[in-house]
Structures are given as C-alpha cells and as structure tokens.
Write a protein that binds this ligand. Structure first.
Ligand SMILES: [Zn+2]
Ligand SMILES: [Zn+2]
Length: 254
C-alpha cells in the first residue's frame, strides 16, 4: 500500500494543504484542499473516497473533484461515510445552494456521486483493502480508519481529542504498524484544543500510554504558524516514540 500525503495541515498557506491522502492512486481518504493539486487524469483514477467527518477542511476538495469529473468518468464515484456525515454533506454542501447535488447529476439513474453509508465496527472491502471505521471524539460525529493492506495496518485518527473509545478501537486491532494522529495545537492552547476537540503534544503523550501497540507515529493537522512550537513540545512529550511530522508530498508505505 502506497499512501501519498496530498495535504496534512490544519489550514492553508504556501505549501500547506488540508487533509487528504491518496492510497494506491485510486482511494482518497478525506478530500481537503490537497485534492486540488491532482491532475485531471489522477482525479479520474479515483474510484472511492472515505471521509472521516463533515468539516470543511476534510471535504471541500470533494466538491471540486465532483465538478471536474463531471462528464469525464462513466461510473460513479463512491463516497463512503457515516450516516451523520452523509446527511451533513447533503444538507449543507450538495444542496443546490452551496453546490449542485452531484448525487442526482447528470441524472438520478446515473449519478456522479453515490453515497455508501458505513458503520463503525463493520469493515468494508475497498480498492482491494480492508477498511474499518472507528468512532473518535470531535465536535461533530467523526471516525478514524484502520486500513489493512495484508502486509500491515495503517490507522488514521482523523480529527480527534482524547477518548477511551479511540484507544480501545486501536487496541482491538490485531496489529498496528503506523498511526497517523492529530496534533493541532501547542500546549499553551490546550483549552482551545479541548473546545475544538484536537490533541496537544502533552495530552497525546499522556494518552498514548493507553495504547498497547507501538506503531510509528505520523503527526498531522498542525495549525499554520505553530508547527515549530508543536515540534519542540513533541520532542519532549513523545520521547521514546518513533515519530515524524508529516509533510505534504510524503509517501507512507504500508
Ligand atoms: Zn474537524
Ligand atoms: Zn480538520
């Protein structure tokens, strides 16, 4: 499994894109602004999208991806998400006000987007991989994903704050080789992290004691401007862990 990081920032700016991962050139995990760097040919090769939650930084690229693919592909783009996230997309994005409803275009018999509801705890086969969603704690209903390639297990927390269900879901995995996890704010913004439901370095370091696996940590979703502070604090909070701060363009092999 080859995962290309199209975006992993908590915001936008020069060389910063929001969350999106391209797996084996055909599966997208979240659709942030990183999707906008793909060519039309690369966009056309995507068959499935897994969404973690409905926040704009994780879904805005889906709107433009659908628009670009209109008339270009002769099969639907499958979008997998929880019922809550699908409802949010239908109500607030693909509602004919903010953007056309591509689940009815070009017509209801041959829609560009087909939504597939997924349930946390019920794995699905997607693009030859096994993907299982697990619930995490965020300000809106949100999930993370464990992706089993047959050679290894990669998990992505999505946007999350500390919660026992995150760790029990990860501990239930038979193995966990790499964990991509949210660290959005530095320690001095711990109160904001609690409100916005994002990890800070010290809290993540403490919570990791609940994890029975020892995966390589891939740190993501740093807010623009505080990357340096987060880096310095992680050097202390995650001492002893094998970790790195993800960058746009990175390749994760699993
Ligand atoms: Zn979010
Ligand atoms: Zn986010």
């Amino acid at each position: 499994m080859r995962i290309k990081v199209l975006g992993c920032s908590g915001g936008v700016g020069p060389d910063l894109r929001t969350t999106s991962l391209l797996v084996n050139d055909e599966l997208l995990i979240d659709a942030g602004t990183g999707v906008g760097d793909l060519s039309l040919a690369q966009m056309s090769a995507i068959t499935d999208v897994l969404l973690t939650h409905s926040h704009l930084d994780h879904i805005c690229g889906l709107a433009f991806l659908a628009d670009n693919l209109f008339g270009l592909i002769d099969r639907p783009l499958r979008v997998h998400a929880t019922a809550e996230t699908i409802k949010a997309l239908r109500d607030h994005l693909f509602n004919w006000v903010i953007w056309p409803d591509f689940s009815e275009l070009p017509d209801v018999e041959h829609p560009l987007i087909v939504f597939h509801e997924l349930k946390p705890g019920s794995p699905i086969e997607v693009c030859g991989l096994q993907a299982s969603a697990f619930k995490v704690l965020h300000t809106v209903p949100a999930v993370g994903y464990a992706i089993d390639s047959g050679n290894g297990v990669f998990a992505f927390s999505g946007d999350t704050y500390a919660s026992d269900r995150l760790w029990s879901a990860l501990n239930a995995l038979p193995r966990l080789d790499q964990l991509m996890i949210d660290v959005a704010f530095p320690n001095e913004e711990a109160e904001l992290g609690k409100l916005a439901r994002h990890f800070t370095p010290t809290l993540l370091g403490e919570e990791l004691s609940k994890l029975r696996h020892r995966p390589k940590l891939l740190l993501t979703h740093h807010k623009p401007g505080v990357e340096l502070a987060i880096g310095q604090e992680c050097a202390v909070a995650l001492a002893g862990w094998d970790y790195r701060h993800l960058q746009r363009g990175d390749i994760i092999a699993s």
